[in-house]
Every structure is written in C-alpha cells, then in structure tokens.
Design a protein around this ligand. Sequence first.
Ligand code: NAP
Length: 318
Amino acid sequence: MSEPVYRVPFVADAAAGAGWVPALRAAMPELRIAPLREFSDAELAQCEVAIVANPSPADLRRMPRLKWVQSVWAGVERLVADLSDAGDAELRIVRLVDPQLAETMAEAVLAWTLYLHRDMPAYARQQQARQWRPIEYVKPRDKTVGLLGLGALGDEAAKRLQSAGFRVEGWSRSLKSLPGVLAHSGEEGLSALLGHAEILVCLLPLTPETRGLLNETTFARMKPNASLINFARGAIVDDEALRRALDAGRLGHAVLDVFAVEPLPEDSWHWHHPAVTVLPHISGPTDRGTASAIVAANIRTFRVSGKIPPHVHRERGY
Ligand code: NAP
C-alpha cells in the first residue's frame, strides 16, 4: 500500500513568497508542497506543519492540527508579534538557521568592516572635494570590532573578523565562550564593549528588549568617532539619536542595511547624510536552495521522530 500524501502548505504574502515553491518542492519531492490556496479545507485540517514567509495568522488558523511553522527567514519578529496579537501562544515557530546565510552575512560584515577600517567613506568625500590627504593607517590588530549578538550570524562573523586580524569582542544575553573573542553579557558587559569598539556591528534579533537599544545613552558610551554597522533590524536603532550623534561628530559613520521602514522612503534623511551608507537590505540574502534543504531536513526529522526542531522562545522573542 502506498503511503498517504503528506501535505505541507506554503503560506506567504505575495511579495515574500515568490520563487519559493519550486525550490521547496525540489528539496522535498516526497511531500505535497503547494501554496495554501491549492488545498481544500479538509486537507488543511490534517496539516501538522506549514512553511511560512510573512503569513497571516488567519491563514494559519485554517489548520487546526498545526503543531509548528517553519519560517524561511532568520528574523521572525513580525511572525512572533502577529501570532501573539492573535492570541496564539502555543504554535511553535522554527526560524531558518542556515550555515550558508551565516557565511554570506560574515562576508558582508567583513566587507563593510574593511570599508570603514580603510576609511573609504572619508576618501570618497575627499575625492569629491579634490583633497589629497592621507589618513594615518591603523593595523587591524589595533582595532576592536564589537559584535552585538553572538548567535548563528555573530559567531561566524567573529571568526571571519579574527581571520582578517581584528580584535573581536562580543555581547550576548548568555555569556559565550568563543575562541579568541572577549565575550560580554549584561548591562556592564554592554558598556565595556561600547567603550572598546572602534566598529560596532549589530547582529541582534529585534525583540522588546533590543528595540531602541542603540540610543542616545548607548551612543554616548561609545568611543569618539566609532562607527556603526547595522545588519540586524532598523528598529534596534533610535534613528533620531543616531542622526544627532553623527551630526555632532560623536560617531564617525553608519553603514545601515536595515531601516524601521523599508524600502527606505525617498524623503528620508539617511539618503543624503555624508556619514551614512545606505544599503537596501542585502547583507544576508537567503539562498532558496540551501534554505530549502534545511527546511526539508527539519520536516523529515519531525516526520520520523515527532520532534519539533529548536524553536523560538516566544517570551524572549527570538
Ligand atoms: P540568533 O542565533 O538567535 O542570535 C541572536 C544573538 O543575539 C544571540 O547571541 C543572543 O544571545 C543575542 N541576544 C538576543 N537578545 C539579546 C539581549 N536582549 N541582550 C543581549 N544579547 C541578546 O540570531 P541570528 O541567526 O544570529 O540572527 C540575528 C538577526 O539578524 C536576526 O534576528 C535577523 O533580524 C537579522 N538578520 C538580518 C539579515 C539581513 O539581511 N540584514 C539576514 C538575516 C538575519 P544568546 O546567545 O545568549 O541567546
């Protein structure tokens, strides 16, 4: 007798979902993967797992037996908030943890760290003004890069930065032990890291605790003329405080890949600020091929063992 069909709906908004279904089907040919609309209510009533990209809670509620959702994104703050608002505290959220994503992000961290380290923004400004003015060179081993967040992405970024010769310090909720990294946690640890870093790189999740974490107070604790790279989420930075710190010359430069509103509105101050580099959320793009293979492995493990992969701690928000 042939096995019953195991159905896994893909639940996404139009913008987020494009291109995923073929990649997911290629990774899991034994399953029936299709957009939610292609399943009947009777079929949805049997589904235990769904793959999601910005799903609406109402769509998820059409699956009363749903045990967990697999996000194709690493950042799930919107899904956590939407499900909490909808009063759905039980559903497990599994986010994407993909070594390829960590590698891509680590490459971006290194690229823009070098951009700041070798004073490229300053030389670009000097060229505009036809100024021939060498800036004194400082070796990477005499510069500290501070990583906010030492999770899947921060850990890989730390390795890449160290192999390029930088001193690396990191901050996380629980104190980490990573080779060669001076690790910090807690409020005091944050102050220490801010006081040491020439370049601060944000790789934190957006949660109630990290929203607005980089603000007037934290900027004031940073080294004069230090720079910021935000590759995490826009709302972790208090934008107006950042603007004041840059205008006052307290901070040297900000490389921003993420913003509170995306796409960044045309009339935003960031576009034309001389001390800001704007990137269109490109530091860590998801690779649909490697991500689909990871989603497939998670779903296969669940089918064999009934084990839900490590999931988001709903109260902590990540
Ligand atoms: P992760 O594995 O969950 O790591 C998060 C890190 O942040 C952990 O080290 C965690 O500490 C720390 N952390 C969380 N809350 C904290 C707090 N209140 N105080 C101190 N440390 C705290 O996440 P990830 O996979 O590295 O991803 C990080 C974020 O990157 C995602 O949430 C997403 O928003 C963003 N992202 C951006 C892009 C892009 O293209 N720009 C792409 C992918 C992801 P513990 O280790 O103690 O738990």
